[in-house]
Design a protein around this ligand. Sequence first.
Ligand code: NAD
Length: 295
Amino acid sequence: VKGLAKKAAKAGDPVKQAAVLGAGIMGGGIAYQSASKGVPVVMKDIAQPALELGLNEAAKLLGKQVERGRLKPAGMAKVLNHITPTLDNVAVSHAEVVVEAVVENPKVKAAVLAEIETVIGDKAILTSNTSTISINTLAKNLKRPEQFCGMHFFNPVHQMPLVEVIRGEHTSDETVAQVVAYAAQIGKTPIVVNDCPGFYVNRVLFPYLAGFGLMVKEGIDFQLIDKVMSKQFGWPMGPAYLLDVVGIDTAHHALDVMAEGFPERMAKVEKDPVDLMFQAGRYGQKNAKGFYQYA
Ligand code: NAD
């Protein structure tokens, strides 16, 4: 990573304008992170309420810092001014780095990436925050796959240090170097990983979540599993609560991608609890009902 960061320093100046596509849990978090480290960011969504939610979340995080005396109110206003919400692709056209963070659906992502590629400058770098979808698959319809890679943040973005930079088969060294440098510029710890469904962390995490689903299907109380994994085993939270934080819809799509990518290890089972919750519209904390009830 150090070598790549050096290459990036040679390759150009720090990023002055970023953009994020999708203002949800992750897009909002990435916009906040970029803005709070002084990199202005355009935050694009297709729904006005999503933009408002993204901005409110950023304001909440900043408000907490003001309360704790870590930030002056003027500093809060400055960070918020660095986030430009928009429903319009044109506003993204000046971004040097774009992070796509829309729903975890290969078809939707491919369409969004192909469309934005026609809007951004020909030197701009395009990245995807996909949790599981292969970067080579997403790169298939791009005109400049050498300027595309994965940039996988973790949830909650402002707390989780790691960013996986995923190199696709056509990704150039310069692109990897610039994305590594941008991750470091906004205070994250990048690691460069090769492409496959789930990349690095989620190849460990999703088999665990699938194992949890099987145990629930066998009749074990999910609250008991959560209690054992958090209070007794000592992890910050158990799998049911984690699924609610991640978003059951996102986890459901990601589990599908992993099952397709690793059929021998992660084959789907009928009446999987995550699938049942998804079909029942229980998406987790984002709509206040998941394994747990939040309203
Ligand atoms: P989310 O459901 O909270 O947000 C998705 C947002 O994308 C919504 O606001 C939606 O309106 C918007 N959107 C949909 N189509 C769009 C389009 N064509 N253009 C612009 N915006 C569009 O989802 P999320 O949890 O933020 O996940 C986003 C991505 O990040 C997914 O690929 C997911 O796998 C990945 N990810 C999620 C987590 C997590 O814990 N939730 C962690 C790491 C990565």
